[in-house]
Design a protein around this ligand. Structure first.
Ligand SMILES: O=C[C@H](O)[C@H](O)[C@H](O)COP(=O)(O)O
Length: 225
């Protein structure tokens, strides 16, 4: 069975009438958004805050009323995917290039719920290269600076040109190997001029809904909380 669909649809149960809901990006939360579209057509009243143009388009097609992040003080609940999650629910995100808006929306949320299939659950973060969003101006220099933190950043490409995020920036995919101190690494990256944001989400997620190919769904909380 499709673990992404199972987890994505299950998570929609957390959305209640009247909520402002952060809508994540990717192929797992896609199923949450589809479900929410169905519930909205059935009378559920929510307002969504999208984390990407892609999600904005999907939610608009489905008739989910949307708010701009600038219009809200606090989001009740955000549901989003992840590229990797460890037992503390620290995450790598940004495989789909949406990490900056996702982190802004998650930071404005009282609760962050992650949806994923079993393949995203890892003993340690770092097999998936960490996406780092950088400004195009002088990106080669930023790449060299990030390289000094012990990785070889690769410029993400799309159709033989640099991939450009919704915010007009580039993404460097950084292979650090096993990431021990996620908080430290995140701070070190973000203090480099030219780095806009990185895909490490540390101590942000409240819970993960994991879907398994055998058809089961499990919910897990951070181990160290
Ligand atoms: O930029 C993309 C996001 O961080 C996604 O939530 C993440 O890449 C997971 O996506 P998917 O559910 O498609 O594996």
């Amino acid at each position: 069975m499709d673990g992404k669909k199972l987890a994505g649809e299950k998570a929609a149960e957390y959305v209640k009438n009247g909520m402002v809901v952060g809508l994540g990006t990717g192929s797992t939360v896609y199923w949450t958004i589809m479900k929410l579209g169905e519930l909205v057509r059935g009378g559920l009243q929510i307002q969504g805050v999208p984390t990407s143009r892609r999600t904005e388009e999907l939610a608009t097609e489905l008739g989910i009323p949307l708010l701009d992040l600038a219009e809200v003080d606090e989001i009740d609940l955000t549901i989003d995917g992840a590229d990797e999650a460890d037992a503390d629910l620290n995450l790598i995100k940004g495989g789909g290039g949406a990490l900056l808006r996702e982190k802004l929306v998650a930071s404005a949320s009282r609760r962050l719920l992650i949806v994923a299939d079993e393949s995203k659950w890892v003993p340690a973060l770092g097999k998936f290269p960490l996406p780092v969003e950088v400004v195009p101006f002088g990106w080669e220099l930023t790449r060299r600076q990030i390289g000094k933190l012990d990785c070889d950043p690769i410029l993400r490409m799309a159709d033989e040109a640099p991939y450009v995020t919704d915010n007009g920036n580039y993404i460097l995919d950084c292979h650090f190997g096993v990431i021990q101190g996620a908080e430290r690494l995140s701070a070190a990256l973000n203090q480099l001029p030219g780095v806009v944001e990185n895909g490490l989400f540390v101590k942000m997620a409240e819970r993960i809904v994991l879907g398994f190919t055998d058809g089961s769904v499990e919910e897990r909380l951070p181990k160290s909380k």
